[in-house]
Structure formats: C-alpha cells, structure tokens
Design a protein around this ligand. Structure first.
Ligand code: SF4
Ligand code: SF4
Length: 355
C-alpha cells in the first residue's frame, strides 16, 4: 500500500505569517500529529544550523509545531546531538548557545531546547539492529527514551548523500559522535600536495593523530584515519580530498542508523520536511551556500522514505531536472531511499495529497 504524503506549496510572495498559517493547515488536515497522547514527551529533532549558515528551519515554524503538540497534550522539546566537525556544535554548551543565537529559545518556540552531552555515559544508548553494516547503533538516549519523535527537516543538497531530508536528519542527526564516526569511517582523505600550504590546521584538528606535516606538506596515515572529514572542513585551501564515491556505503549506514532510531517508534513518529531555502549543501556548512531551487513547500508524512522521495520529486519537477545530480554529480542520493525501502523503513511509492 502506498504511504500518504501531505503537501502544501509555498509561494515567493508568502511571508512568515502566511507560511505559518499553511503549516498549521498542513498539520491539522493531515492529522500527522494526532498519534500524540496526553503527557507524551515529544522530541522534535532539528538541525539548529552551523554558525554562518541560515538554511535551517525558521524558529517561528517550530512555535506552530510545538503548539499543535501541546494542544494534543504532549510535552514537546527541541533537540539535536553534537557533531563530528570542528564548529559551534561540537559540544553541548556551544551548541546550545548557537541554537539560541539562531532564535531557538523557549520563549520563541514554546519548548525547551536540549542538547545532550554524549561524553556522559548516561546520555548514550546502544540499540541493537544487526543490520548489514551496523550491529549496535550508538544514539543520543533522548531520542530513544521519549514517547514520540517528530523529525523536522530542511530538505537540501548534500556533498556526501546527494540530498538530505528526514532520513539524514534522524540517521546521522540522532547518532552520538561515536555513531557519526561509525557512519563516516570509510572516508580517508587524500592530500592534493600542490594545494597544501603546510599550515598544520588539519594536523591540529585530526582526532585520530592520523596527520603529520612533512616537508611543509600534510601526510595522512590512512591506517589511523577514522574518516571524520574534519581535516577537509578546516583546510583553508581545499587541499584535502575525500572520495565521496564511498558515499554509497555512508548512505546505507545512515539508513541503518535511521532504522535503529525508529525501532521502537512504530506509530510514534512523524516527519515534516521544509523544501524551502533549498541550498546546494547542508546546514553544517559554516557559511552561506548557493540556492539551487526555488521554494517548493512543506510536506508531512508518517513515512520517512515516502516524504523524502516526494520532496525529491517535487523539487526536481520544479527545476525541470534532477538538480541534486546536477550539483553533486558523484552522488546518487536515491541510494539512501532504495536501501531504506529494502530494510523496511518505508515506501518509495507514495500518494501525494496536495492541500
Ligand atoms: S585524517 Fe581522517 S581522522 Fe584525521 S581529520 Fe582527516 S578524516 Fe578525520
Ligand atoms: S589544512 Fe590543508 S593546507 Fe593546511 S596543512 Fe592541512 S592540507 Fe595543507
């Protein structure tokens, strides 16, 4: 049976209030959040955006979502896990501060913001799934212990996975730093020596001690590398190159992590994708990056595979081509969706209900 995906379009002339009214209509008419029961703790999984990036979902929309959750008797809170990369989201203190600077506060959104410290054992849980790559997924406990999960995702391009939506938000996003490393660990970088200026930034950031500067050039010991891509992120000259052909495996691991997150959330999870501000790269980039498509709209579904496929189709239909393949020709983002269907996370076939 096809899964239902509800969709409401967003026009260039829509201001914030108009978009919020559409969002409210989408949530009311789709009944997407009706599964929430009185006193359920409801984790609203978000990406708060790296410093310098504004692609993240507008906090004003979170207020609408949290109000609907509260009307159902649920107790919403906004949450994310820390990142692998050097930046403002590497530890809970800085991450929380940055979320506040981006407008995600209790006053603005009507819900607490929680970013667990995954260096503390009590905040981490291992979920057994025995999948092809991942046997035990390392996740932030807050997403597992809660009674309901709402993934609010910005749909956009991604250097590693072609595009990122609901599956990326929960699979990569709910993982602890250890879990994120497990998903990235097939990606050892190569140094383009002619571009390397020997600044040593990569050596300083490398968490595995895999880099040394020899004769003013960076040298990577691939036997020590854990594929975190931090060196690539800090390199000022783009001398570090990671073969994202290994990205297919990363996509499959990410999907297996999504399976772990949703293992005990049958009929207890919903997905809301914002296909607006569709950038080439994800919101982890500490800078603005080019828009690749016009705003399309907002989608809601109980199926993470269907909602991502519908988002992908709607964006590409608007662009008249596979825009994600155009900007990331080495990636096939659909691999994440076909694998997700294969392991039972949802359906590629969907019924689009336009409101
Ligand atoms: S060499 Fe490997 S472990 Fe070190 S920063 Fe680069 S990707 Fe990460
Ligand atoms: S950060 Fe880049 S430029 Fe600096 S030493 Fe490393 S590879 Fe070379």
């Amino acid at each position: 049976m096809k899964s239902r995906v509800y969709f409401i379009s967003v026009k260039p002339s829509d201001n914030l209030q108009a978009i919020n009214e559409k969002l409210k209509r989408l949530l009311d008419e789709s009944k997407s959040l009706d599964f929430i029961r009185k006193e359920d703790n409801v984790a609203v999984k978000l990406h708060f955006g790296e410093e310098g990036n504004t692609g993240f979902v507008n906090p004003a929309h979170l207020r609408v979502i949290c109000e609907v959750i509260s009307q159902k008797g649920g107790r919403p809170f906004l949450a994310d896990a820390n990142t692998l990369y050097r930046g403002r989201r590497l530890n809970s203190t800085d991450h929380l501060k940055l979320a506040g600077e981006h407008g995600f506060t209790k006053d603005a959104c009507g819900a607490e913001v929680i970013i667990p410290d995954d260096t503390k054992k009590e905040n981490v849980v291992s979920v057994r799934i025995d999948a092809k790559f991942i046997k035990n997924a390392k996740l932030a406990r807050i997403f597992i212990d809660t009674q309901a999960l709402i993934a609010v995702s910005h749909f956009k391009g991604h250097i590693l996975t072609g595009f990122g939506g609901a599956l990326k938000n929960i699979g990569m996003g709910c993982a602890t730093r250890e879990g994120k490393l497990a998903q990235h660990c097939d990606l050892a970088p190569v140094v383009h020596s002619e571009q390397c200026i020997g600044c040593g930034e990569c050596e300083k950031i490398c968490p595995a001690g895999a880099i040394c500067i020899v004769n003013n050039k960076s040298v990577v010991d691939s036997s020590k590398c854990i594929g975190c891509a931090s060196c690539m992120a800090v390199c000022p000259t783009m001398a570090m190159f990671i073969d994202f052909g290994a990205g297919d495996k990363v996509q499959e691991k990410m999907v297996e992590y999504s399976l772990a997150v949703l293992k005990d959330k049958k009929n207890k999870a919903a997905f809301i994708n914002f296909a607006v501000k569709i950038n080439k790269e994800c919101d982890c980039w500490g800078m603005e990056n080019p828009r690749i498509a016009p705003d399309v709209g907002i989608l809601a579904s109980s199926d993470p595979v269907s909602i991502d496929k519908a988002s992908f189709d709607l964006v590409n239909r608007t662009c008249g081509k596979d825009i994600f393949k155009s900007v990331h020709p080495d990636q096939d983002g659909l691999k994440q969706l076909t694998y997700a269907q294969q392991i039972g996370l949802g359906n590629l076939d969907y019924e689009l209900i336009e409101l």
